[in-house]
Ligand binder design. Sequence first.
Ligand SMILES: Nc1ncnc2c1ncn2[C@@H]1O[C@H](COP(=O)(O)OP(=O)(O)OP(=O)(O)O)[C@@H](O)[C@H]1O
Length: 585
Amino acid sequence: MKELQHLNKYFLKYKTKLILGILITIIARIFLLYTPRYVRKIFIVVENYLDGKITEKVIKSELIEIIIYIIGAAIIGAILTFFMRQYIINISRYIEYDLKNEVYAQYQKLSLNFYKKNRTGDLMNRISEDVGRVRMYAGPAIMYSINTITLFIIAIIYMYNQAPLLTMYTVIPLPILSVAIYKLSKEIHNRSTIVQQYLSKLSTYTQESFSGISVIKAYGIEPQTSANFETLAEESKNKQVNLAKVEAWFFPMMILLIGTSNLLVIYIGGMQYINGEIESLGTIAEFIIYVNMLTWPVATVGWVTSIVQQAEASQKRINEFLKIEPEIKNDVDKHTEVTGDIVFKDVTFTYDDTNIQALKGVSFEIKNGETLAILGKTGSGKSTILDLIGRLYDIDQGVITINNLSIEKHNLSDLRDSIGYVPQDAFLFSDTIKNNIKFGKENATDEEVIEAAKNAQVHKNIVKFNNGYDTVLGERGITLSGGQKQRVSIARAIIKAPKILLFDDCLSAVDTETEEKILKTLNKITANKTSVIVSHRVSSAKNADKIIVLDDGKIVQQGTHDSLINVDGYYKHLYLKQLSETAAS
Ligand SMILES: Nc1ncnc2c1ncn2[C@@H]1O[C@H](COP(=O)(O)OP(=O)(O)OP(=O)(O)O)[C@@H](O)[C@H]1O
């Protein structure tokens, strides 16, 4: 239960509702327990009538009175049971909501490294399945426990007052039932976890084959894909059948144990009645109702125990994530100004997970308002420089300063707010084009969205879609071409009007003519902003104030377009090669 203590703050938050829920549960049980006692009274009244102790008129009025009491108690009990569920189950839903938000907020704080070390499926599971299991503890488990405890205490007191020996024999099978249900619930849980694993394998496989359907069809491997699916489905079915086998034991076991208890009540109660140890047959009827009323709550003890164990394990997994400190921390509360003077001094950086030293003693300087272009072979460290400017990682050695202030001393939110980043793989959400652009500036007007799209040279494409800017992208909507995606992604960055713009090879999928147009407008937009353009094309770099060429994490060339085309090296070769390609096309 140590891990579940994390939830105490939420129980405290909803304490009024929780206390009310507990009180209502107790009162509801008291009312429901009226029925057996009134049933006994019915027997006594009938016995009195048969013995000639009361007249027909009296028996009639007494029976009507008892029936009214029974119906009244049942109605009040039912209404209170409704409110009990309303309070306690609703609290568990509130806690589930709070916990999901807490986990999600933590996910947002954690650095990129965390996402590399943990699989997406695992992250999703903790926020959905694990939180769901914890909810079962915060709601149903607590509700059934209070229910069982209250019912048990009150019923045993009533029963003991009536017939102590009969009480003892009646409750003997109940703990056996509880233990049996506990064992069964555990086995059911184990088997259903396996079923879940197979189901998720099956859905991952299906999802992948739908996403990659064009590749499957192009390679003509549909029969093989279907055969793989069949194998997975067969395994999944076997696991389901395995689960059904143990589940099938649940009700027979309950019926067997209730039956045993009923038999004991009838046999022992009957003997006691014959021996004159209990005054009325009504006591036997009352006990039979108690036994049936107690069976389910007692069975839930086993079930609740297994819910609590599962919740404890799930909360442990959740706590593991909640305890992780973000690697990139914001230690600065006050606002810090970011203009755009960026300096890298002997920067060395190694990726933790791969141990690849992506940058080795890199130094350069960009003045506010300047444009820097970074070129170099694939894997030379270009994107890494952009990630470091956004402080997605902290460096091993050297210094990065922005406005003469070391990057770690900047307020992280201010820093990231000042940056507009266009990644290599443009990621667009399954939402409208307008909202995808507005992602860069939530409160942007429609005019601003259009202006940004025009500057990114994508407006003309967007207006051709039937729904224009309201066209939905992604699975539910249309698929944009690679170049269109890149340009929507550029529009998203420029609508933000940030101090620093980072473009990571984001024109690779557009033709050179469109590239030229975009670069022209970008030149105007970025006139007083610092921008860094990573590219494989000289055309994207040639107008930059400064160009650096990277090779294996080191700067091998540095200068302007005019200076670099005159020295032998990577830049000149690339320039000549691309010049001849343009001439040939
Ligand atoms: N997230 C990461 N985790 C681990 N290693 C990485 C990561 N990103 C890049 N690397 C490694 O760091 C090196 C530099 O990568 P980087 O992405 O900066 O190169 P790049 O010059 O931008 O390449 P490209 O032109 O292909 O985009 C590469 O060897 C790469 O494998």
